[in-house]
Ligand binder design. Structure first.
Ligand code: 5AD
Length: 355
């Protein structure tokens, strides 16, 4: 198909073309194959494993889709101590993780100083630190960067402003954009992404999400299907479809060939082989959970979360087996995106030329 041949060369697609890919299932196989080829060509065969540490499920937000929303009184809340966080991180590093992703609900239950200490301590263990803490002030983002944080994940969730506002009471779409801009300006390797299959989300708006990712030149994009969560306002609505999330993943790879794309846990919740399928359709990262014990089940964004009864060690072995079974390797580099590496080189050249 001409359009596939063209995007393999140019890595550009118009809004109209994106809508056609998303609307029809005619090109799906060709699309997945093209994304897989592009992944191999630009970021290689190795998969980056990053350890996801869900250190607190306390959240002050009321996002309509999320099981951690403050109004959900049916989950037990927890907050790990700095010692517990460091102990989980240390074990994960021993199992071979080179990146620790610190994720939590949005709250002020850790002071800025405490967070900075945690970041610096994990960096001192030799790991790269990714943060996923939601919207913070510029001063906090800056302090975390200065403490040694390398990367930040903040999904836009949807670029449909009206839909965004209806799903996120008391939050603002403009502030979300502002946070992403600040993170980039501060020099974080910045990731974003969206939920697929939200109620009221159109194909046109999904195409807009893709163009937004391209235009923003992010380093990482995570795409996950929306999974209705009990005790939330959206408990009874229809969830997102696996194939649509997979198509979005493949299109991200075609538009942004050098970035990191995780095969998300939500994909595996909808299909027992979901992460391997995503890895064969453009993805090159997996983020297994490294939180231990009951916390794994309590960090419940949506139902059906995988591996809640497993240990981090088991998860690492299990996903490594799946990766090797599809003919791929496990990366032993620190997991920076190729896009980020190129951008850093460009910046160095710029400074050298202007010195
Ligand atoms: N289904 C799928 N993903 C969800 N997230 C939150 N709630 C859900 C849900 N019900 C995702 C959001 C958030 C990430 C940490 O988890 O996209 O950015």
């Amino acid at each position: 198909m001409d359009r596939i041949a063209k995007v393999l060369q140019t890595h550009e697609l118009s809004h109209q073309e994106l809508v056609e890919f998303l609307r029809s299932d005619r090109y799906d196989e060709a699309l997945f194959h093209a994304a897989d080829q592009t992944r191999e060509r630009y970021v290689g065969n190795d998969v980056h494993l990053k350890g996801l540490l869900e250190f607190s499920n306390i959240c002050t937000r009321t996002c309509h889709y999320c099981g951690l929303r403050v109004e959900n009184r049916f989950i037990k809340r927890y907050k790990l101590s700095s010692e517990e966080i460091l102990s989980f991180a240390r074990k994960a590093i021993d199992y071979g993780y080179k990146t620790i992703v610190l994720q939590s609900g949005e709250s002020h239950s850790y002071s800025m100083e405490a967070m900075c200490d945690i970041i610096a301590s994990i960096r001192a263990l030799g790991a790269t630190v990714t943060l996923s803490l939601g919207e913070k002030s510029e001063a906090e983002y800056q302090a975390y960067k200065e403490a040694g944080a390398n990367r930040y994940l903040l999904r836009i969730e949807t670029t449909d402003k009206a839909l965004y506002q209806s799903l996120h009471p008391q939050m603002s779409f403009e502030n979300r954009l502002k946070c992403l801009r600040i993170l980039k300006e501060l020099g974080y390797e910045t990731g974003s992404g969206s939920l697929v299959g939200l109620p009221g989300q159109s194909i046109t708006s999904l195409a807009n999400d893709l163009l937004f990712f391209k235009q923003s030149d992010f380093d990482m994009i995570g795409i996950g299907p929306f999974i209705p969560s009990e005790n939330t306002p959206l408990a009874q609505v229809k969830g997102g479809e696996f194939t649509m999330a997979l198509k979005m993943t493949a299109l991200v790879r075609l538009l942004l060939p050098k970035i990191n794309i995780p095969a998300t846990t939500a994909m595996e919740t909808l299909d027992p082989n979901g992460r391997a399928i995503a890895l064969k359709s453009g993805a090159n990262v997996v983020m297994p959970v490294i939180t231990e014990g009951e916390y794994r089940a309590l960090y419940r964004l949506y139902p059906g979360k995988i591996c809640i009864d497993d240990t981090p060690k088991h998860c690492r072995l299990c996903i490594s087996g799946k990766i090797i079974a599809i003919g791929r390797g496990i990366a032993d580099t620190n997991g920076d995106s190729e896009r980020f590496i190129v951008r850093q080189k460009e910046q160095r050249n710029f400074y050298d030329a202007n010195a």
